[in-house]
Design a protein around this ligand. Sequence first.
Ligand SMILES: [Fe+2]
Length: 185
Amino acid sequence: MIYAVDLDIPVSPLTDYSVLNHTSNEPEIFFADPSNVSEDFKQWLDSQGLVMTYPPLIFYTPNGQQCGIHIDGFAVADRACVNFILQGAGSLMHWYSLKNSEEITEQVSTQAGTPYTLYMPQQVTHVYSHAVNWPTIVQTGVPHNITNHTLQPRWCLSCDISRKENPEAGLTMAEALDVFKQWIV
Ligand SMILES: [Fe+2]
């Protein structure tokens, strides 16, 4: 299974990055203001036959912290997002296989109201790690977490992308690798 593939694309998702100015010691999750999504980014996606499924989700992870092992959703799935990491270079995203897929620990919502399923470390086996880049296609439908053991806070702009003809469907990893194939580094 492929968990992460780096891209090199000519656009950047936000217009104003000064909103990424948190100093809190607690992780935070919030949607980007739609008016702060760059027109260049939207136009470039459009030129690729793509659209954002919803505004970018922003994950703030303070330095020295990590988040729990989770999937973004209420069931194991195949969902690829395009994640842009600002600061915290060297922080890692880790992926896990489930030892028993029937055993879900906790289904909750994030601060942004998005579905989130948490797992206990003993329920999973580590399978892969990657230093997510600017940007990287990542699998968010299987258990994963972030460790930011760097000296800087880390912001992740996570863009869920769909084909224009099916604008709410998202992309599987295989679909994402196909639609972004000329941008893979
Ligand atoms: Fe996630």
